[in-house]
Design a protein around this ligand. Sequence first.
Ligand code: HEM
Length: 336
Amino acid sequence: MADAILTWADGRGRRTLVPPAPTRNYYGRVLTRLMTSLRRALIWVLDWITRHARGFTIANILTQAGIIVTGGVVRLTGSGLGCSSWPQCEPGRFTPEFHPETWFHPAVEFGNRMLTFVLAIVALGVAIGIWRSRSALKWWGLVPGIGVILQAVVGGITVLVELHPLLVAPHLLLSTALVWYSVWLALTYRRAPRRAGTSIIWHQRALALNVAVILFLGALTTGAGPHSGDAEATERLALDPELIARAHAASVWLFLALFALLVWRVRRDASEGARDEVRRAWVVLAVVTLAQGVIGYIQYFTGLPEWLVALHLVGLGAFAAAHSASHFLLKTSRTA
Ligand code: HEM
């Protein structure tokens, strides 16, 4: 029995007690098997991603909106320089140095940097899933990934210029644009039904321009105020914070007026097809805008407490997503 176990077949099929010396052929076979297994595993992963492409487009919206809030937490806790360098956290090392008395800021800043990898993995899933399942959209599916890389670089430069507001603001606005785009991509991917009815495209474009103005003025308001970069930052935008906050609020009032007019124009319209999403789109945008406006006023009148400013950032992600969805769903197929 032991013989049977401890013998090998030689080249002519006879049993031998000496194990055969590995030949080049032997290594070749092992390598081929390994490559086949790896190829199968890769195909399995790619197929799994493709089957869940829609889930990835939704996860992409959530992660892109999430990093707006976590980036805000970095700023509001004064942790922006918790890592003094980029891409390394400290000169010569990628991880922060934790000291018992100063562990908090490095942990917050480093944690936010690590989140970039989560965003990158989700964006890669979007790119692969869309590339393999919707060839017409394949280049558009690459945009979130490119955006994440771009944001990593802008974020790095922001640290290198010690959180100058002129870089902190574009960093935030780019993330907001990515949320807007991610919603557009998710709805296009699932071929969401658009509105049946007459086109109001110029009205929609005016509203979109108004959104850009709100965001730009909001970023300037922050840049002129106490949360522009770092708690100790001396750099502020040379603007009167009160005046710019009022201009920001005025642009929101203009938006509400234009939006009310738009809702009146589409009040009886529904989506093409059985499932109506038009009404839901403008109701959600109305609720989110009003809530965000209320938060804006409360933080303005209560001296900008950090937790309310963070809530305004949660509202920002929701507002960008809701506006993008209603912009998409209220367009008629003819103007798409
Ligand atoms: C649709 C509604 C609104 C949107 C989308 C919006 C958007 C924004 C954005 C993008 C910022 C910059 C955030 C940052 O850089 O951290 C901001 C900041 C600010 N917003 Fe709004 N906002 C809205 C309504 C309002 C209203 C009605 C007010 C009332 C005055 C207001 C007051 C402020 C203030 C005071 C800041 C500066 C916060 C800080 O210093 O950190 N917002 N907003």
